[in-house]
Write a protein that binds this ligand. Structure first.
Ligand SMILES: NC(=O)c1ccc[n+]([C@@H]2O[C@H](COP(=O)([O-])OP(=O)(O)OC[C@H]3O[C@@H](n4cnc5c(N)ncnc54)[C@H](OP(=O)(O)O)[C@@H]3O)[C@@H](O)[C@H]2O)c1
Length: 208
């Protein structure tokens, strides 16, 4: 497949790029700062640009089969990034429409699962990271209101542990005792969701 990764210099994004290449896909990374991707040499296509510009996104995305996003605010979240995910979603959905690309697999946050009890994801999110909850909700709403073929992947705490392939997935819910998952495993699920076109217009909980 021809895949384009957004947030490709981030923790999950780097895994998406690495595993995408391993799976034999043609991978494009559209980033603001390409230095971190030098290790991939000529095995990927790197495009530099502004990820909040729908025009630039449309230009980068055109010709790809799917968009994979590990984009998100760098932590700790700066004040000016309070609406970053929402702004990104507005630019991306518009860019995808213009580019004629319909499929996107997007990393969101497990804090949005209102029905999770162990852990009480929504409550924790509202207490500890209210701005992240508001911004990620707004991002998801933008996609839900679009006619695109999206999948929202909502992990709990992310770790930098390696790939295990042993993770749990539940449509519409966070699996019970879903406390954390490695970025490598999230990337594995996201790639497979793109390859197999599963969970179209669905929210999915993933955890180890
Ligand atoms: N941390 C957690 O425990 C946790 C838990 C659940 C969900 N999540 C969500 O999962 C996603 C991925 O998290 P992560 O920790 O793997 O990512 P990360 O390492 O924080 O990387 C974020 C990526 O987004 C890019 N980015 C941020 N602001 C940008 C901007 N204004 N313009 C262009 N690019 C920008 C960064 O680019 P640069 O390299 O150029 O900065 C980087 O590639 C995020 O949406 C996060 O909210 C996180």
């Amino acid at each position: 497949m021809k895949l384009i990764v957004l947030g490709a210099t981030g923790g999950t994004g780097l895994e998406l790029v690495r595993q995408g290449v391993e799976h034999g896909h043609s991978v494009t990374a559209f980033v603001r700062s390409p230095e971190r991707l030098k290790v991939f040499g000529d095995r990927i296509v790197i495009r530099q640009g502004q990820l909040l510009s729908s025009e630039q996104l449309a230009g980068a995305i055109e010709g790809h089969d799917a968009v994979l996003s590990g984009f998100g605010p760098r932590v700790p979240v700066a004040k000016e990034d309070a609406h970053l995910l929402q702004d990104f979603a507005v630019a991306l959905t518009s860019g995808m429409r213009h580019a004629g690309v319909r499929r996107a697999v997007v990393e969101s946050v497990a804090f949005l699962f209102r029905d999770a009890i162990v852990p009480p994801a929504y409550l924790l999110g509202r207490l500890l990271f209210p701005r992240v909850v508001a911004d990620a909700s707004a991002m998801e709403r933008v996609f839900a209101e679009s006619d695109l073929d999206w999948t929202m992947v909502r992990p709990p705490e992310l770790t930098d542990k390696g790939y295990t392939g042993k993770y749990r997935v539940r449509e519409g819910h966070l699996p019970r005792f879903g406390f954390r998952i490695s970025r490598a495993d999230v990337a594995d699920f996201m790639l497979r969701a793109a390859e197999n076109r599963v969970a179209s217009r669905k929210v999915v909980g993933v955890c180890n």
